[in-house]
Design a protein around this ligand. Structure first.
Ligand code: PGA
Length: 267
C-alpha cells in the first residue's frame, strides 16, 4: 500500500517553499518496485534520458528491480552520472562506487555481443579522484541537465557526500568525509580505514536536476527524515536543500517515516 502526502511542513513551510511530495510504502520492497517503475518509465519514454544515480544500501533493491524491468529496453542512448566516489580507491577496488555500480546495476545491462542495445560504457559517468572536479561538472552541463536524480540520505543528512556545512552553492568538489559518515560506512571496509576524502557533486549540482527522488528506508533513517522535514532549511542538514527544489519527491518506507507523526494525507 502506498500513502501519498503533500507535505505542509507542520507549519514551518514558508511561502517560498515549493510543495514536496512524500510517498510512504509499507515495505522497502514496495518502495523499490515504485522507484524502479519510475526510472524505467522515464528511460522508455524520454529519448536520450540522463539519470543521476546514487550508491549505498538503500537503492540496491531498486536497481535490482530496474534491471528486470529494462532487460528488453534499448539503453544505448541513456546517460548516467553518479553522485560521488571515494578518493584513493582504484575503480576495480570492490569497495569503490565504480565496483558498486558494476555489481548492482551495470553488469547485467552493459552493451555486449549478447546485448547490443545495452548501456554504452562511454555514457556512464562516475567521478574519480584523478579527474578534475570541474571536468565532471562540465560534463554534466554538456550532456545534462539530469532528468531524474536519485538520492539517498546519510544519518547526518548528507546527500551524495555533500556533508553538513556544505554551502548550497557548492559544485562538484573533493571533500573531507565526516566522522559520522566514515563510521556509517565502516562495515564495507572491515578493519581497514574508510577513506578520509571523496569527490562529490555539490548541492547546487544536485539541485540543477529537473527532478529529484530521495529514498530512505529503515528505522535508522527516521530521525534524520524527521529533521529534514521539520528543521529550518540549512547547510547543516544538507538534505533540507531538497525542499527548495520545485519537483522533488521522497519515497519512504514506514520505518523511515515513523517519526513524522500526523501528516496531511492526500489519499
Ligand atoms: P545508505 O547510504 O543507503 O547505505 O544508508 C545513504 C547515504 O549515505 O547517502
Amino acid at each position: 500500500m502506498r500513502l501519498l502526502i503533500f507535505l505542509l511542513f507542520f507549519g514551518t513551510l514558508t511561502a517560498e517553499e515549493p510543495r514536496l511530495r512524500i510517498e510512504i510504502f509499507d515495505t522497502p520492497e514496495e518502495l523499490a518496485e515504485a522507484c524502479a517503475s519510475k526510472i524505467a518509465r522515464l528511460i522508455q519514454t524520454k529519448k536520450n534520458c540522463v539519470l543521476g544515480l546514487a550508491t549505498g544500501n538503500t537503492p540496491i533493491p531498486s536497481y535490482r528491480a530496474l534491471a528486470n524491468k529494462v532487460a528488453q529496453t534499448d539503453l544505448s542512448e541513456v546517460v548516467t552520472f553518479n553522485l560521488d566516489e571515494y578518493i584513493g580507491l582504484a575503480p576495480e577496488d570492490p569497495r569503490s562506487f565504480h565496483s558498486f555500480m558494476e555489481t548492482h546495476l551495470f553488469s547485467s545491462l552493459l552493451e555486449s555481443p549478447a546485448r547490443p542495445r545495452g548501456f554504452k560504457r562511454s555514457n556512464l559517468h562516475i567521478p574519480e579522484g584523478k579527474q578534475k572536479a570541474e571536468e565532471y561538472e562540465a560534463a554534466i552541463a554538456r550532456l545534462g541537465p539530469i532528468d531524474l536524480q536519485i538520492l539517498g540520505i546519510g544519518t547526518n543528512g548528507h546527500i551524495g557526500f555533500a556533508e553538513p556545512g556544505s554551502p548550497f552553492e557548492s559544485k562538484t568538489s573533493v571533500v573531507q568525509l565526516s566522522e559520522n559518515t566514515r563510521r556509517d560506512n565502516q562495515p564495507a571496509f572491515g578493519s581497514d580505514p574508510v577513506p578520509e576524502f571523496a569527490i562529490t557533486m555539490g548541492i547546487s549540482t544536485i539541485l540543477q536536476a529537473k527532478e529529484i527522488l530521495l529514498l530512505a528506508t529503515g528505522s535508522k533513517k527516521a530521525e534524520i527524515i524527521r529533521q529534514m522535514l521539520t528543521q529550518p532549511i540549512s547547510p547543516w542538514i544538507p538534505a533540507t536543500a531538497v525542499r527548495l527544489h520545485p519537483n522533488a519527491t521522497l519515497f519512504l518506507d514506514r520505518e523511515a517515516a515513523s517519526l513524522l507523526g500526523s501528516l496531511h494525507a492526500k489519499d
